[in-house]
Design a protein around this ligand. Sequence first.
Ligand code: GTP
Ligand code: MN
Ligand code: MN
Ligand code: MN
Ligand code: MN
Ligand code: MN
Length: 193
Amino acid sequence: MESKEITKEQALSLKGYKHACHIMLYGDTDAKLFGKIPTKHIVLMQMRFDGLLGFPGGLVNPGQESLESGLSREIGEELGVALCVSPEDHLSTQLASSPPNLVCHFFVKKMTEEELREVEKAAVVASDHGLEVMGLVRVPLFTLRNGGGLSSFLSHSFIGNSRSQLLSALRTLGLVSHHDLEAAVTRADKSLH
Ligand code: GTP
Ligand code: MN
Ligand code: MN
Ligand code: MN
Ligand code: MN
Ligand code: MN
């Protein structure tokens, strides 16, 4: 899905557009899968009500609230935590290819492993749990010997441009090496055809 990168300011000056704000919560971890495979980082996404993977967040009306406070409100509804989002957490803004007249603002926030565990605990009792949100998931960032892991995760279906938001965040934040990321994408794209 093609989508055009624009600045946050350009987006806010558009007339008749809706604004969506979503966030990737992430952090470091020493945890090893099966006691040997380093999981390295925790990256949170969610299974949505429509069966698609996406990030926590939602529609924000910039006429009534700032992008950051609207995103905090959505985080409260979907994850059941009070989380302060600041303008520095903004990573990118894109014109959605569909639906028309939608811009997607993407934020990232680094947290400690303990804080991320608290988010996961709170999410199951959030007001939207079982409704808009079917559950939080951690993204497997490693590649297993049989090729599973990140590439299998990338073979699922994603809402809007959330898959490319995930890939660009993993690249920009250096959470997965360039080589491993390209290999996982190639493998996932093959399995999708
Ligand atoms: P309501 O409260 O029911 O309106 O839902 P919401 O405010 O939580 O909105 P939602 O999270 O569904 O996001 C609004 C729109 O943004 C969706 O209809 C999708 O087109 C798009 N969208 C949803 N999740 C993501 C995401 O993770 N990334 C991107 N880029 N777009 C998304
Ligand atoms: Mn087991
Ligand atoms: Mn939402
Ligand atoms: Mn919502
Ligand atoms: Mn909403
Ligand atoms: Mn809602």
